[in-house]
Design a protein around this ligand. Structure first.
Ligand code: DLL
Length: 444
């Protein structure tokens, strides 16, 4: 059995450790209710279900889920802002939204019951990471339309922890407050966690000596295990990956336990499937595919088979922590963010894994793809030198570039241009980091 650094705690034993047979019964009953609800209340679902020739009464088992139509991001856009609500707007007491790369945002409407469910799933998240009422939570996720800040806020209140609602930005002040208020739990994006570590170092604050922080709950963007090691070492925390999306509830859909062997999905609320992104067919257990969710307890805007575009694997074996819920792997990339460079499929995560195993560099990088006129695609990777490497001079910087060039070539199977840049030359992010610049879209 894997070693754990802390005794696993569980917020809702009944729900989280329910035998799978019972859980499936509960899921089916909730699925049937949801299908009935959306068929009768949402014209879009009546239409798409009628087109597929499926009626609510046809959902007799969990396998029948695949008879139901998918919901895509485009469907949300077509029904923007309130076309998929099952209740009148007056029953909605909170609206969140996430901005996509193009067009209108995705809306996250909550009834009072939906907010209650969110608090419950976030309480499970904190508890899985070992946080209790005794903790001081420094919440560096952005407050506002983004679900991160207020989602983590709600869950901390539910477990009775002391919440410090700092939001993102003003990093020096954040370091001061973490020290002064004795933060024990840090919540923010993994890229902002690195910014905070860097800021502390610049201020000469020795985190190990002066801070009490022991747990970090990081998510909202992809990050690799190599990034986890960096963060854990620099911030002296045990890092937990948390996953979620506005379309389901925000953060709180899935989280790691102290075994760090996948993220436990709150399966009594969100029903997962893994499909082939091309065909939409279910893939075999354990195979990588696109994660699809059906929200089975949502009141305001339940969605059937929502295509997340996140690529993961699913594991339904019971975990050593006692939870019986399915676990998803760390997100391996997005189906739509897969870069095809000179015909080769390239994922940001593969590049990050290579970069972060090289000595003398810092975990701040940019991936730039260009298509010079009438020429093949070019992949360029910029990564920052550590102050030490930079001080050692040009020869060593060039050696490091060569090493990265080789390793990238071996892993990706394509050549790239590598530039090791001066410390602090790559822009830092307070929220979700943007690490890919695809110039081909601009010139196409
Ligand atoms: O990012 C909700 C959230 C807030 C999750 C705080 C965790 C912590 P959206 O802005 O709607 O919601 O973005 C959802 O972000 O489909 C994934 O592509 C990505 N994402 C979220 N969590 C992770 C993670 C919030 N742990 C989209 N690893 C999702 C990788 C993640 N990607």
């Amino acid at each position: 059995m894997a070693k754990v650094k802390q005794t696993p705690l569980i917020w809702n034993k009944e729900a989280e450790t329910m035998p799978r047979g019972e859980l499936q019964k509960l899921q089916l009953q909730r699925l049937q209710q949801t299908v009935d609800l959306v068929y009768n209340k949402v014209p879009f679902y009546k239409k798409t279900m009628d087109e597929r020739g499926v009626k609510p009464a046809d959902i007799k088992s969990l396998e029948d889920l695949s008879k139901l139509p998918f919901t895509s991001k485009q469907d949300l856009r077509d029904n923007y802002p309130f076309g998929l609500l099952t209740v009148p707007l007056e029953k909605i007491i909170r609206l969140h939204a996430s901005s996509g790369t193009t067009g209108k945002p995705t809306v996250g409407p909550y009834t009072a019951k939906d907010l209650d469910t969110w608090a419950e799933t976030m309480a499970r998240v904190y508890t899985a990471a070992g946080a209790t009422a005794k903790d001081v939570v420094h919440n560096g996720y952005g407050y506002g339309l983004f679900t991160g800040g207020l989602g983590f806020h709600l869950g901390a209140e539910r477990i009775g922890a002391t919440i410090v609602p700092v939001s993102g930005g003003l990093s020096k002040r954040q370091i001061m407050l973490m020290e002064d208020f004795g933060a024990t739990v840090l919540t923010c994006t993994p890229s902002y966690a690195l910014v905070l570590a860097e800021t502390a170092a610049e201020m000469g604050v020795d985190i190990q000596q002066r801070m009490r922080v022991r747990v970090g709950i990081f998510g909202a963007e992809p990050w690799t295990d190599e990034m986890r090691e960096e963060i854990e070492a620099k911030l002296n925390v045990e890092a937990f990956d948390i996953y979620g999306l506005t379309e389901m509830v925000g953060p709180g859909v899935a989280v790691e336990c102290p075994y760090h062997d996948g993220l436990h999905i709150a399966e009594d609320h969100f029903l997962p499937e893994i499909v082939d992104p091309e065909t939409g067919e279910l893939v075999a257990e354990g195979k990588v595919g696109e994660l699809v969710f059906t929200s089975i307890t949502k009141e305001g805007m339940p969605l059937l088979r929502y295509r997340t575009r996140d690529r993961v694997t699913l594991n339904r074996e019971k975990c050593a922590c006692g939870r019986t819920s399915a676990r998803m792997s760390k997100v391996k990339g997005r189906t739509d963010d897969m870069l095809i460079i000179r015909g080769v499929n390239v994922f940001q995560s593969s590049i990050e894994s290579v970069l972060l195993t090289v000595d003398g560099i810092e975990p701040h990088y940019l991936i730039i793809i260009d298509r010079p006129k009438d020429r093949l695609d070019e992949l360029e990777v910029w990564i920052e030198a550590s102050p030490d490497l930079w001080k050692r001079g040009e020869y060593w910087v060039k050696q490091t570039e060569q090493r990265i060039y080789h390793d990238l070539n071996e892993t990706l199977g394509i050549t790239s241009k590598v530039k090791v840049t001066e410390p602090h030359s790559i822009q830092r992010s307070e929220g979700k980091a943007k690490r890919i610049i695809d110039r081909r879209e601009l010139t196409a």
